[in-house]
Design a protein around this ligand. Structure first.
Ligand code: CAA
Length: 295
């Protein structure tokens, strides 16, 4: 498998821009593609602001050991230079790995994987940042199932330490090793999951968030007390409802549906309050309102 020098990222939302940032700050060339040009502009602003925060805290040198001789600002500038934006998927054909971070719809992702398979180098890995959709089924849309893998970053990707790596039924050992090495180059800890609904993290995290919605829905406590209880009582950086707003309530709902359908147990049924918030367009921080109002 060819050395990874160029990374393609599809989707310039929170996750895609964070992944592109990690690649650029770790010395790789990056193409980030999104059909929405406004999303690309927002991504550049978010990446620039985040890189500046790391530079001002002196943290980039830890992520890039070879850069110790460079001034930190130079590392930040170098990262921004490595980043290329495009609305044309064809521009990703020079990438050694393409990481998909678009919306959580199996049909849309499969269509994209089929297109990527047609344009990517024959040696390229096709990775998905999906939080719960089957890697085996995404791989089935391509002619290279051995080179398809799950590379699941946590939100926000530049900060969170974990990348969950998911092996599809046909993912090769070579693809797994190269993907794990890339995540480690990004300074991440990795865990490996088999390809079952929700993988490791969301299999455990989402039922907790769903239960927090039930706790609110059934009037057990206020949202503030639910979050404060879990934050201070179990030492989590944020309470489950705040975290749901950060992740996006639509994403939480879609993962609960995947768990419910994939594992076939009624304990995974999405809470009606979560469903109602999503129906009302209260999707969390990205919309300015979710469980909390950020406007
Ligand atoms: N880039 C650079 N720095 C950032 C940043 C970013 N994107 N986001 C936050 N930071 C930095 C801030 O500058 C700040 O640094 P200092 O402490 O040096 O000032 C630090 O991180 C903390 O940030 P804030 O003060 O803004 O806020 P906070 O203390 O609440 O931390 C948080 C924010 C890191 C998100 C923290 O609340 C946290 O860890 N929350 C839990 C997040 C989590 O669990 N994510 C996983 C979700 S599950 C998932 O993603 C899987 C899925 O499929 C759904």
């Amino acid at each position: 498998m060819a050395e990874i020098k160029c990374v393609g990222v599809v989707g310039a939302g929170q996750m895609g821009s964070g992944i592109a940032q990690l690649a650029a700050t770790n010395g790789l060339d990056v193409w980030i593609m999104d059909a929405d040009r406004d999303a690309l502009s927002r991504a550049t602003a978010a990446i620039s602001s985040s890189v500046n925060r790391f530079v001002s805290k002196g943290l980039l040198s830890k992520a890039r050991s070879l850069s110790v001789i460079c001034a930190l600002q130079e590392v930040g500038d170098d990262a921004m230079r490595r980043l290329r934006l495009t609305s044309n998927l064809q521009d990703l054909r020079s990438a050694d790995i393409i990481i998909e971070a678009i919306l959580e719809s199996e049909d849309i992702k499969k269509k994209l994987f089929k297109e990527l398979d047609g344009l990517a180098k024959s040696s390229a890995i096709l990775a998905s940042n999906t939080s719960s959709i089957s890697i085996t089924r995404l791989a089935s849309a391509t002619q290279r199932p051995t080179q398809v893998i799950g590379m699941h970053f946590m939100n926000p990707p530049p900060i969170m330490k974990l990348v969950e790596i998911i092996r599809g039924a046909d993912t090769s050992e070579e693809t797994f090793i190269a993907t794990k090495a890339l995540a480690e180059r990004f300074g991440k800890t990795t865990v490996c999951s088999q390809d079952y609904a929700g993988f490791i993290v969301n299999r455990i995290l989402m039922p907790m968030i769903n239960e927090a919605f039930h706790t609110l829905y059934t009037g057990v406590a206020t949202k503030e007390d639910i979050d404060s209880g879990m934050k201070h009582g179990t030492n989590q950086p944020m309470g489950p409802l705040e975290l749901a707003d950060l992740i996006g309530l639509d994403v939480c709902l879609s993962i609960m549906k995947v768990l419910h359908q994939g594992l076939g147990d009624s304990k995974y049924a999405p809470c009606p309050l979560l469903v109602q918030y999503v129906d009302a367009g209260r999707l969390g921080r990205k919309r300015g309102v979710g469980v909390y109002d950020y406007r």
